[in-house]
Ligand binder design. Structure first.
Ligand code: RB5
Length: 143
């Protein structure tokens, strides 16, 4: 898959580790995040990645900031983005199955690297369930 990854200054280290992990799984990773720890603004980085998913330039996206929250709020401002903050794998699976989340977010200050990988494994390995969930996703998209 083509996966866009984005981050702010609080998540540079984890971004590079996660980027390498996704590439090791065979994914193409487009990195639009901050490249060093110089203070920057997560709304810009969340929106940039969100636009790429909404426009179909990427199949899905990974967002990382200190908590995962700010950058996901920014991405969710983009119509068509469904970004979910997760700190463990069960929620990560369910946000794909039920909410058809096309972006996942987590925080470098919240989860360790192994938990972050487990979150990605659960999310990437899950399928959108459709059916009654599709109806609700359609309602979200109509907002
Ligand atoms: C940056 O200090 C921090 O506020 C940001 O990375 C994020 O946690 C915001 O939600």
């Amino acid at each position: 898959m083509k996966i866009v990854i984005s981050n702010d200054h609080a998540a540079v280290n984890m971004k590079f580790e996660i980027k390498a992990y996704l590439e090791s799984l065979g994914h193409e990773v487009i990195d639009v995040g901050a490249q060093d720890s110089t203070s920057c603004h997560y709304p810009e980085y969340g929106a940039k990645a969100g636009r790429m998913v909404a426009d179909g330039e990427a199949d899905c996206g990974v967002l990382i900031c200190g908590t995962g929250v700010g950058i996901s709020i920014a991405a969710n401002k983009i119509h068509g983005v469904r970004a979910a903050v997760c700190s463990e794998p069960v929620t990560a699976r369910l946000v794909k199955e039920h909410n058809h989340a096309n972006m996942i977010a987590f925080g470098e200050r919240i989860v360790g690297i192994e938990t972050a990988k487990a979150i990605l494994d659960a999310w990437l390995g899950a399928e959108c369930m459709g059916g009654r969930h599709q109806l609700r996703v359609d309602m979200l998209d109509a907002m």
